[in-house]
Design a protein around this ligand. Structure first.
Ligand SMILES: C[S@@+](CC[C@H](N)C(=O)[O-])C[C@H]1O[C@@H](n2cnc3c(N)ncnc32)[C@H](O)[C@@H]1O
Length: 323
């Protein structure tokens, strides 16, 4: 079972201390009642990993751990076998003692695109909503965040995070909780909140923006990365059953519409800082994620469209401030 005790201790004295009124009971109930059928199998793979402390750890430019003297070939192969038991790996890449987890997404490219536009993370308390395997949490730590907290309801991703953490010397600067945003109280405590790749999965996107806002301190920064369409402030796509094969896509606004939504929710200084089309190099099938990926979701005769005929994935990054 995942031990959240270190996290409780870490937040006991800071601005998140009031979260302890509800969080331990919530996570105990989760461990008792809500475990996925494969959780035990995934967690066994984490438990079977050695706890390694890197001689060199780079989380500023990548997530790379190196040991000197290096692991033997047999040890490295054992590590890779365990990590492959946690497939599919979607967000990364990670380089852990010579095992290169080539994930479906080049999450490092997303990070490099947005970091020039956001407030420095040095010393900040940071929340990453929908953090996946936690790749960006480590990069937030690398950028100087005091504590990086991720939430994600997908239990495989929580196990992937725990696996990486164990291989980074059980580093306590980042934590992932198996929760959805709707399960968090109004914390008003984080200096920066990231929501990347989540908004279009929410049935009620304005509620999502409100929920992000009430996690921020006054003056705190929201970094919102999401799918958009071209168009003016009234343009919103509501796809049919599927968008790029995904069933759970509800609203894809234009970037100007999203700016208006954010302003309606009370954010100020709202800025569109980036907009880009996802390429087949950034999201693709690899030996660590062997099922369908972006190439299979696009129209083979016209890559500017999804296989359903909608505009191909266009993403934006918007930065806004909680007054
Ligand atoms: C497209 S992925 C984005 C992952 C990562 N943030 C990134 O940008 O690479 C969306 C993530 O949001 C998570 N998610 C889905 N519903 C959520 C919810 N209600 N609250 C928080 N996260 C959620 C999913 O499990 C998934 O890991």
């Amino acid at each position: 079972m995942i031990d959240f005790g270190n996290f409780y201790q870490l937040i006991a004295k800071g601005p998140l201390s009031h979260w302890l009124n509800t969080l331990p009971a919530q996570l105990s109930a989760w461990q008792r009642e809500s475990l996925h059928g494969k959780f035990k199998q995934w967690f066994n793979a984490v438990e079977a990993l050695p706890e390694l402390t890197p001689s060199q750890l780079d989380v500023l430019h990548s997530v790379t751990a190196v040991l000197q003297p290096d692991l033997s070939n047999g040890q490295r192969e054992g590590l890779e076998v365990r990590l492959r038991q946690l497939m599919p790996w979607r967000k990364g890449p990670y380089s852990l003692y010579g095992v290169n987890i080539d994930t479906e997404w080049r999450s490092d490219w997303k990070w490099e695109r947005l970091t020039p536009h956001i407030s420095a993370l040095q010393g900040r308390l940071v929340l990453d909503v929908g953090c996946g395997s936690g790749y960006h949490l480590w990069r937030m730590v690398g950028a100087g965040a005091h504590l990086a907290v991720g939430i994600d309801p997908m239990q495989l991703f929580v196990c992937q995070f725990e696996a990486v953490r164990k291989l980074l010397g059980n580093d306590q600067r980042a934590h992932v909780l198996p929760l959805g945003i709707e399960q968090l109280p109004e914390l008003a405590a984080f200096d920066t909140v990231f929501s990347m790749g989540v908004l279009y999965h929410r049935r009620s996107p304005l509620d999502h923006l409100w929920q992000l806002k009430n996690k921020l301190v006054s003056g705190g920064e929201l970094v919102l990365e999401t799918l958009v369409i071209e168009g003016d402030e009234n343009a919103v796509l509501v796809p049919g059953e599927r968008y790029a094969q995904m069933r759970n896509v509800y609203f894809i606004p234009s970037a100007p519409a999203l700016v208006r939504w954010l302003e309606k929710c009370g954010f100020v200084d709202v800025r569109i800082v980036d907009q880009y089309v996802t390429t087949l190099e950034e999201q693709r099938r690899t030996s660590w994620m062997t099922t369908e990926s972006l190439a299979d979701f696009l129209d083979p005769n016209d890559r500017s469209k999804t296989c359903e005929g909608y505009p191909a994935p266009l993403r934006t990054v918007i930065v806004a401030r909680n007054p």
